[in-house]
Each structure stands twice: as structure tokens, then as C-alpha cells.
Unconditional design. Sequence first.
Lengths: 184, 101
Amino acid sequence: MNLEQILFGVMFIVALGSSLAMLFARNAVHTALFLVAAQIALAVAFLLQGAFFIAAIQIIVYAGAIMVLFLFVIMLLGVDRREALIEPLPGQRSLAIGLGALLAAQIAYVAWRGVGAISEARRGAEALTALNRDPGNVESIARALFSRYLLPFEATSVLLVVAIVGVMVLARRLSAVGQDGAAE
Amino acid sequence: MSVAPGFYLMLAALMFTVGVVGALVRRNAIVIFMFIELMLNAVNLFFVTFSRMHGHIDGQVLVFFVLVVAAAEVVVGLAIITLIFRHRTTANVDDAHLLRR
């Protein structure tokens, strides 16, 4: 057993265990903290596979910014009450778990078959290692991002502006409704 | 001997399924949103693993785009959830059945 296998084992247990713990945590704050643990474990998985830039932005953007936003909203709304156990649709939960197991089996089977079909997986790993060594991980991502993916990259800037304007409109309408409610 | 890519794909498949089941089972809108984030993370792991299998950097570029879209989606979604909460004083998705009538 070498270091990568040991790290993979620890990462596997932490990632899968904290995702399952998310499912059974009753408190919304606990769910968010288990999600942070799963995301940090996934950052370790990215590091193990040579995706250094992605691992860094996974921790900074996901585990940092997005989860802080989640915790902030949970704190703002104070939704840490226990969830209702009444099911409006009878048998939805058991059906969801059964179909979920079926979905896991399907995805795992297809992924496993795909790995078998690609015989040059080892050569691909070597090519990626060479790519990480010669231009560097960040630089090769930047080269792809600003040449072949330039149009999608510009589209994401439009998307971010639309999201910012949309959130501002939502927040503004919220305060207007509050003022109307106070006036009535 | 490094870890085979199939094991990473197995982990991603299992995490994606946990996300699907959680989004179907839980009732709190914010918690459902977190499970959607878990699904996006699992797909990111798929992308990175495929990037290593094929020796191509494009998978990692796609992860970058998924991250941007997830950030925008979280911002808008949480604003909508906050609005619904202000309006109905609950984040339970079963209580938001205005269109049913």
C-alpha cells in the first residue's frame, strides 16, 4: 500500500460517510457542516488526480464562499426546527431510497464498463502528469479557457451579471412588499 | 501502483445517488439545495476523473464552469428561499402549494 492508496481510502470513507450523515442529520446546520466535510474530501480527491487548481478553488469557492452563504441564510431564517414526518405522498421516502439504490447501481455499472472500454487510461494519466509538469496545471487550464472556451467564458460573465441583477431585483421587491404591508 | 479511475467513478456515483435521494426525501428547502450542491460536486469528481483518464485538461475547464454556474444558482436560489420564508414563515417545500389550487 502506498501513500495514494491510503489517502484514497481515508478520502473515500470521509466523503461517503459525511454524505450519508447529511441524509440523516436532523439539524440544517449539521447538514451544512457535513457538506463542508464532503467537499474538503473531494478536494483531496482532486489533488490525488492532479487537478491542483480545481482543488484550490473547490476549497475557496465551495467550502468557503458558498457554504458560508448557506450558513448565513440558515442563521438569518433560523430554520433549525425538526422536519415534519408527515408524508403528503404515501411511500415517497421508501420509493426514493429504492430508486436511488437502482440509480447508483446503474451509474456505477456504466462507469465501470466505460473504464474497461478505455484501455489507454494509464497513458492518459501519464499525459496529464506531463501536462502538469511542463506548462503547469493552472497555465494549461488558462490556455484552454482563453482559447477554445473563450465564448463560454464570456457567457459566464453575462450569467454572473444576470444573477447579481436578479438577486437585487428580488431583494428590492421584498422591501417594497414590506413597506406596502406596513402601510395597509 | 496508483488507484484505478474506476474507484473514483464509484465514489462519484454513490455521492450523486445520495444527493438524489436526499433531494427527494428531505423537506426543508435549504437542505434540498445542499443536496443539489452535493450532486454538482459528484459530477465535478466525474469530470476530474475523466480528465485524468483521457489525459486532457478540458474536464477541469468544465469543472470551472460548473463552479461558476453553481455559485450563481446558489445566490439566486437562496434569495428566492428567503423571499418564500418572509412570505410564508416556513422553508418547508410541502407548504408552498399555491399553484395546486
